[in-house]
Design a protein around this ligand. Structure first.
Ligand code: PLP
Length: 351
């Protein structure tokens, strides 16, 4: 089976893990310090906290900006991994769900409507599949209404909006370094911000002392692996973009197949290569028979999954029934890409 997602490791990750074992310093050592430093510099922000998962990063980010009770409304998009909405519930707030547009990111017209109607404290734009949300419009809407922007950048390491990296575009951001992500540590996450007050609040939640806190640290192993993953990120993202380019030109005229679009000013890093087709389930079945790891992304919308209050989310509901993904990662060989192209073409023409 060609896996849909596979981490891409080199000898540096291997050597670093061994070095950490031999050193005896397996947590709170040089790699955790170094990773934080290189990650915040890469994204282009002043403060970074590493956290044990993307979900925990979202949760702490929400606590740090004061989400605590039902009246604290947070706007989320209908299409995302469920952690985006679950973090709001876990923090004690109330999520309101809005639709996504053709970029699979938050519909900014609906965001404006929801801000007017629900007076939220925060909004979580998700840079889904590796492409940023429309951050200039989102900022305009939020700034004039005093709404805090928490970017969910779990799928967007290295993605850009008008030349600035995902994770540096809002008031604060949350990343995941789960095994499948463009920077993979197994498990892991980070919260980033340029705001010293928010940074202090995050510290109080994850460092013992000021008030009751949680230990959500990552180990030296995770940080050491993440360090090298980050070093090769530009290269691995380029590889993803190249494969996406091949797929998109080869699949251009396939009947009924909707390809992902890279919108102007937004650099897509193709964490996922999302396709849409009304016979998606049949296509996936045939691709799996051919040992290609295709799968549905996502088989739920967040408002339906958690029975959350929402604006009309017709596009997300359609996407839920039609979206699927085929393998895209830096470990794919040219032969595998050719094989996938060939099979996808055959399958789509015959369903
Ligand atoms: C958009 C999004 N948000 C949040 C998360 C949660 O991250 P984690 O799995 O590291 O908890 C993920 C991924 O898993 C994700 O894809």
């Amino acid at each position: 089976m060609i896996p849909i997602i596979k981490p891409y490791f080199g000898k540096e990750e291997e050597e670093t893990v061994l070095e950490i074992i031999k050193s005896g310093q397996i947590t709170r050592g040089r790699w955790t310090v170094e990773f934080k430093e290189v990650f915040k510099n890469y994204i282009g922000v002043s403060y970074c906290h590493t956290i044990c998962s993307g979900t925990a990063a979202l949760y702490i980010a929400l606590k740090a900006i004061g989400i605590a009770k039902k009246e604290d409304v947070v706007i989320v998009p209908a299409l995302s991994f469920m952690a985006t909405i679950d973090a709001v519930y876990m923090a004690g707030g109330t999520p309101i769900v809005v639709d996504v547009d053709e970029s699979y990111t938050m519909d900014v017209n609906q965001l404006a409507e929801a801000v007017e109607k629900y007076k939220p404290k925060a909004v979580i734009p998700v840079h889904l599949f590796g492409q940023t949300a429309q951050m200039d419009k989102i900022k305009d809407i939020c700034k004039s209404n005093g709404v805090i922007i928490l970017e969910d950048a779990a799928q967007a390491h290295g993605a850009e909006f008008k030349g600035k990296r995902a994770g540096s575009l809002g008031d604060l951001s949350a990343f995941s370094f789960y095994a499948s992500k463009n920077v993979a540590m197994g498990e892991g996450g980070a919260i980033l911000t340029n705001n010293p007050e928010i940074d202090d609040k995050i510290s109080n939640w994850v460092e013992f002392g000021a008030h009751p806190a949680l230990n959500l640290r990552i180990t030296e192993f995770q940080a050491g692996i993440g360090y090298w993953q980050l070093k090769r990120l530009e290269e691995t993202n380029e590889k993803r973009r190249k494969i996406a380019g091949i797929y998109s030109s080869e699949f251009d005229d396939l009947p009924g197949l909707v390809l992902p679009k890279e919108f102007p000013g937004r650099k897509h890093v193709f964490h996922i290569y999302p396709l849409r087709h009304s016979k998606r389930n049949q296509i996936i079945e045939k691709l799996l028979e051919n040992k290609i790891g295709a799968r549905v992304y996502y088989d739920y919308t967040l408002h339906q999954l958690r029975d959350a209050e929402h604006l009309p989310c017709e596009f997300s509901e359609l996407a839920k029934d039609q979206l699927f993904a085929i393998p895209i990662h830096a470990s794919l060989t040219e032969e595998e890409v050719e094989y996938i192209v060939d099979k996808v073409k055959n399958v789509v023409k015959t369903v």
